[in-house]
Design a protein around this ligand. Sequence first.
Ligand code: FES
Ligand code: FES
Length: 154
Amino acid sequence: MQFTIQVNGAPHRVDVDGETPLLWVLRDTLDLKGTKFGCGAAQCGACTVHMDGHPIRSCQTPIAAVGNAAITTIEAIGETKVGRNVQAAWIDLDVPQCGYCQAGQIMSAAALLVRVPAPTDQDINAAMSGNVCRCATYTRIRAAIKQAAAAGSA
Ligand code: FES
Ligand code: FES
C-alpha cells in the first residue's frame, strides 16, 4: 500500500504494508539509520522520533497511523535552535558511552525543552524515564539537558 509521509520537512512516498512500524520505514526504506531499534516493544526509547513535535516510539507506530503528521528524526533535529543546543551540550559534556540509546535520548530531551524551556529535575525525570541507557549515562544526560536549557534562555 502506498503512503506519503512527511519526514524532516519533505514528503516521501513509500510502498509498504500499513502495519509496518514507522521505525522500519525510516531505517530500511528511507535509509535514515540514526533512529535505533532496541526492544521493539515501547520499553526502551531507542526508536524515539517526533510526530508533530511530540516524542513517540516509532517501533510501535504503524505507518498507517502517521497520516500527514510531521515526523522529525535525529538526522534533522539539529536544524532547530533547541535541537542544536541539545546536541552542542551532548558533545560538550561527552554524554554518550556506547551511543546506542543517544539518538532517542536527544529526541526526548529536545521535545522536553520545547515544552518546558527550564525544566526541573522532576520535569526531566518525567520526560526521560522512558529512555533507557544500558551504559547509565543518566547523570551526564541530566547535566546536558540543564546546559542546553541555559543556552536556550541566554
Ligand atoms: S525500540 Fe522502540 S521503545 Fe525500544
Ligand atoms: S550510551 Fe550506551 S546505551 Fe546509552
